[in-house]
Design a protein around this ligand. Structure first.
Ligand SMILES: [Mg+2]
Length: 260
């Protein structure tokens, strides 16, 4: 069993007996070792292969749940086509056609539409005054891009955007590298995992993640589920493994027991 404790092995054994198993995994730092450039991140080959094999099992649903947006997650993770995807910390969701739901469709209520229109107007004024900055329009958010602007100009544009939008009700600001996203959907990995559980109709869930935002997902696990923290740091997960390499060993154990 290698790095797995007897308790974790026992938990995996009972989990493998469940009717419908959801295997939901964070990507960066969990499936993939952490790297300097997000674009370079790739799943460990062993974990990638095991995800394919798990996805092919009957009554076993696989999912990736990440802070990345869906496009970036797909590009880096190259997931099996049956794998459910949750991106942008729970706000972006995708399910294969066989699940019969269109998760990409977003209906905004009046408050959300109003907040989004306000954010859009404010950011458009900022872009007019800061050459090289630009906006990207999404169904539930508007994104200020400053990568093409001189560094000081970009920093200033983002600071002004923060000042003007920080206290707007119903609006959340997400900082990224040379981007600021103003969104009217509040998402957490906990909400994302709840959605996955429902869509998969899962009777038991295995979730593994390495980061602070994964704690929101550990928080919605139920008795019988298995939560695995990858790496160091405080966690509310029941179990811990030291890194993506040890996750491969765990996934192999799940596959073996689930295939019996
Ligand atoms: Mg991570």
């Amino acid at each position: 069993m290698g790095p797995m404790t007897a308790e974790l092995a026992d938990a995996i054994e009972s989990l493998a007996d469940t009717q419908i198993l959801l295997v939901a995994l964070d990507f960066d730092g969990t499936m993939a070792p952490l790297v300097d450039k997000p674009g370079d991140a790739r799943s460990l080959p062993a974990s990638a292969e095991l995800l394919v094999e798990l996805a092919a099992l009957e009554n076993t649903v696989t999912a990736l749940i990440s802070g990345r947006d869906l496009a970036s997650l797909r590009a880096a993770a190259n997931p099996p086509e049956q794998t459910l995807l949750v991106g942008s910390h729970g706000t972006e969701r995708w399910a294969p056609e066989s699940f019969g739901i269109d998760a990409s469709h977003i209906d905004l209520n009046v408050e959300q539409a109003t907040a989004l229109a306000h954010a859009t107007a404010v950011l458009e004024r900022i872009v007019e005054g800061h050459s090289g900055t630009s906006l990207e329009y999404k169904p539930a958010s508007v994104v200020l891009h400053v990568r093409q602007a001189p560094a000081e100009m970009g920093t200033k544009a983002i600071r002004i955007a923060h000042d003007k939008l920080e206290d707007v009700k119903g609006l959340w600001l997400l900082d990224g590298k040379s981007v600021l996203e103003a969104t009217v959907l509040s998402g957490t990995k906990g909400e994302g995992l709840d959605w996955l559980r429902e869509v998969a109709d899962a009777s038991t869930v295995l979730f593994a993640g390495d980061d602070v935002t994964d704690e929101d997902a550990f928080a919605v696990l139920r008795p019988g589920d298995v939560g695995v923290k990858i790496g160091s740091g405080n966690t509310r997960a029941q179990f811990r493994l030291n890194g993506p390499g040890e996750l491969s060993i765990l996934l192999k154990a799940v596959l073996d027991m689930r295939s019996l």
